[in-house]
Ligand binder design. Structure first.
Ligand code: NDP
Length: 365
C-alpha cells in the first residue's frame, strides 16, 4: 500500500489474517485535518505593551502583505498563520489592499478564521488599514471619512469579522484635514468596528498632531506602524522618541528589509525569493554586490551571537525599550520558526552594536 505523498498524518491499524499481519494505513492531508492550537503556544512568546494602552502584542507579529493573496497557494498561507499562532503570535496584520489582487489577503485570512481560528477569536489581534487605492473614483483612497469607513466595512466583510482589533490610517493624506481623518478613526471605534486605532507612515510631527486630536476625541492613538530596520533607520531621528514620549506603541514593518536582512541573498537571488518574483517593492537590481558585502558582514556578526541574520535583525529592532513588536513577513512556515527563535537572545553588548553600526556605515560610504 502506498502512502499518499501529501500525507502528513497516518494512523496504522493491524488486521490479523491467519498468521499474516496486514498494516492498514489511513492518510489525511494537513488541509483536511481539523486544527487544534498547541497547548504550549504561550510558553515562550514575549508580549509587550503598546505604549500606555492596555493592549499587549507579541514581540513578533505576522503580516500578510505578501504570499497570502489570491494568486498564492492557500494551503501555504494557512500553514503559516497556524504555525505562527502555535508559536504565540497572536497578532496578524492586514490592509485593505494586500493581495494581489487587492483585498484577497483579507479573504484568505477570513477563510482561515472560518475554517480554523474562529474558536480562538478572542485570542487574536487582527489589524487592517486603509489609505491606498482600493476602488475607482474620488472615494477609493486617501483619508476622507467617506473612504475610511466604507473601506473598513469592506474589510470586515472580506474577513467575516464583526470588528477588527486595530484600524490604521495607512499613510498621511495632505489634502484631507487631519481632524476629519482622526474623527473617522474615532468613529470606527465608537461604532464598534474597531477596538483601537493607529497610524502608519506618519512623520513624528504628523503623529504628534494626530495624537493630540485623537486624545481630545477620547480615542487614544494606540500604535504607530513605521518602516524600520538596519537598512532603514529613519525613525531613530525623531519618530521613536516621539512615540515613547506620547505613550504610543510602535510596531515596525519590514524589520528584515523584505528579506535582504536574512540568509536569502548572501550569495545569489533564489528563484523563490521576493526579489526574483518581479515584486515592484523589492527588485533584483536592489541586490547589488555592495549590499551582499554588507549582509555577509552582518551575517558573520549574527553567527558570532549564535543567531541567523534574520534573528539578529529582529533582535536589533526590538532593542529599543519602547518597541512593541517586529512585524515580519514570511513565505514558508519554517521562516516563522526561525524568526521566533530570535527571542532566545534579544540583548546586545555595546561592542556588538558598535560593530553593526560600523558595517552599516561602510555600506553607506
Ligand atoms: P520582512 O522584512 O520581515 O520580510 C519578509 C521576507 O523576508 C519574507 O517574505 C521572506 O522572503 C524573508 N524571510 C522572513 N523570515 C526569514 C527567515 N527566517 N529566513 C530567511 N528569509 C526570511 O517583512 P515584509 O516586508 O514582508 O513586511 C512585513 C509586514 O509589514 C507586511 O506583511 C505588512 O503587514 C507590514 N507592512 C506594512 C506597511 C505599511 O505601509 N504599513 C508596508 C509594508 C509592510 P522570501 O519571500 O523571499 O522568502
Amino acid at each position: 500500500m502506498r502512502i499518499h505523498p501529501d500525507a502528513c498524518h497516518s494512523s496504522v491499524a493491524r488486521l490479523y489474517w491467519g498468521q499474516v499481519i496486514i498494516p492498514i494505513v489511513t492518510t489525511q492531508k494537513a488541509s483536511q485535518m481539523p486544527y487544534t492550537a498547541l497547548q504550549t503556544r504561550y510558553a515562550d512568546m514575549v508580549y509587550n505593551r503598546a505604549g500606555r494602552s492596555g493592549l499587549l502584542l507579541p514581540a513578533i507579529s505576522l503580516g500578510l502583505w505578501h504570499n497570502f493573496g489570491g494568486v498564492n497557494i492557500r494551503e501555504n498561507g494557512r500553514a503559516m498563520v497556524l504555525r505562527a499562532f502555535d508559536l504565540g503570535i497572536t497578532h496578524f496584520d492586514l490592509a485593505n489592499n494586500y493581495g494581489p489582487p487587492p483585498g484577497s489577503a483579507e479573504e484568505t485570512f477570513g477563510g482561515i478564521l472560518a475554517s480554523d481560528l474562529a474558536p480562538y477569536r478572542d485570542e487574536l489581534i487582527i489589524s487592517t488599514k486603509a489609505g491606498y487605492r482600493m476602488w475607482a473614483g474620488p472615494y477609493g483612497e486617501c483619508g476622507s471619512r467617506k473612504y475610511l469607513i466604507a473601506s473598513l466595512d469592506q474589510s470586515l466583510q472580506r474577513m467575516g469579522v464583526a470588528y477588527v482589533d486595530i484600524f490604521y490610517h495607512h499613510r498621511p493624506d495632505p489634502n484631507t484635514p487631519l481632524e476629519e481623518t482622526m474623527t473617522a478613526l474615532d468613529y470606527a471605534v465608537r461604532s464598534g468596528r474597531a477596538l483601537y486605532v493607529g497610524v502608519s507612515n506618519y512623520s513624528a510631527e504628523q503623529t504628534r498632531e494626530a495624537a493630540a486630536i485623537l486624545r481630545q476625541l477620547g480615542t487614544p492613538c494606540t500604535i504607530h506602524q513605521p518602516a524600520y530596520s538596519m537598512l532603514r533607520r529613519g525613525p531613530e531621528n525623531g519618530l521613536i522618541p516621539t512615540l515613547a514620549g506620547e505613550g504610543i506603541g510602535c510596531i515596525v514593518f519590514s524589520p528584515l528589509a523584505q528579506g535582504m536582512l536574512t540568509n536569502r541573498y548572501l550569495n545569489d537571488i533564489p528563484e523563490d525569493s521576493r526579489a526574483a518574483k518581479l515584486s515592484t517593492f523589492l527588485r533584483r537590481e536592489q541586490i547589488t554586490p555592495e549590499l551582499q558585502r554588507t549582509i555577509r558582514a552582518l551575517n558573520q556578526l549574527a553567527e558570532q551571537r549564535g543567531q541567523s541574520l534574520a534573528q539578529m535583525a529582529i533582535a536589533w529592532v526590538l532593542r529599543h525599550p519602547g518597541m512593541t513588536s517586529a512585524l515580519i513577513g514570511a513565505s514558508k512556515p519554517q521562516q516563522i520558526d526561525d524568526c521566533v527563535s530570535a527571542l532566545a537572545n534579544l540583548s546586545f553588548s555595546a561592542e556588538e552594536l558598535v560593530a553593526i553600526d560600523a558595517v552599516l556605515a561602510a555600506e553607506q560610504s
